[in-house]
Design a protein around this ligand. Sequence first.
Ligand code: HXC
Length: 258
Amino acid sequence: MDFENVLIEQHTNLAIVTVNRPKKLNALNTQTIKELHTAFKRLDENTEIKVIIVTGSGEKAFVAGADIKEFSDFTVEEGTELARKGQELLFDFVQNLGTPVIAAVNGFALGGGLELAMAAHFRVASSNAKMGLPEVSLGVIPGYGGTQRLSQLVGKGKAMEMIMTANMISAEEAKDWGLVNYVVEQIDLLPLCKKLAGKITNNSSVAIAAAIKSVNANYTNCVNGYSVEIENFGLSFGTNDFKEGTTAFLEKRKPNFE
Ligand code: HXC
């Protein structure tokens, strides 16, 4: 498969996966999600690769979310399928990879973008990064595991606040809240991720895969939470607020929710 929207670089036993739609701030459309799935699958199957770094193209965004234009006219069924398929192909898939995945958050990580960063095993951010789950401002809810993983990482109260206000938080706040492990200048972001990757590659890959599985076991048993999220994400597509929220974004105006 030739990739349109994903770049892969290999440096000995490290791979860098870059989401590459900079003109759309690397928004995740269906094609990009499929390509990311294939990229992660291939790298996980490649025994030379010991660590994967995922980042966004350009200096402005990691990933600004799911592609709003693509889903703005979806029905309830299509919305449900979007969330279900995306969780299966990318978000659950990355979380459960035996190869460690570090998210290098180099700018906006919003909605599906923050959800991708949270599906990675840990996160490092550049100082310009901004993170949030703005879905309710569009009349939908997070649908790629965000309601579950954000609560796991920052606790229920902070997750509720971020989701309800749709506010973006700074990289420093994200570090204080435990959402990212380090904050560095953008120029130092990949070097720091590579340094951390280097430490990981000194250790046993077999043991690391077993550790990932064990850490995840405590979180993936809450399968019901992910299903409830998918169901409610899909149901949002039947509301007037969803139509108003997505139309307002595409028309570059503020939504007027009744
Ligand atoms: C589609 C997007 C996009 C997105 C940005 N773009 N984010 N297109 N989907 N999520 C496009 C813009 O339309 C614009 O295209 C170009 O990228 C540059 O963006 P601007 O808005 O002009 O940039 P700026 O003014 O700097 O604002 C940056 C921004 C803003 C604050 C990040 O783009 C923004 O609010 N984006 C949407 C963020 C969001 O709501 N994400 C959550 C999506 S819902 P043109 O063609 O006009 O140049 C989601 C659901 C996940 O993620 C669950 C699914 C199951």
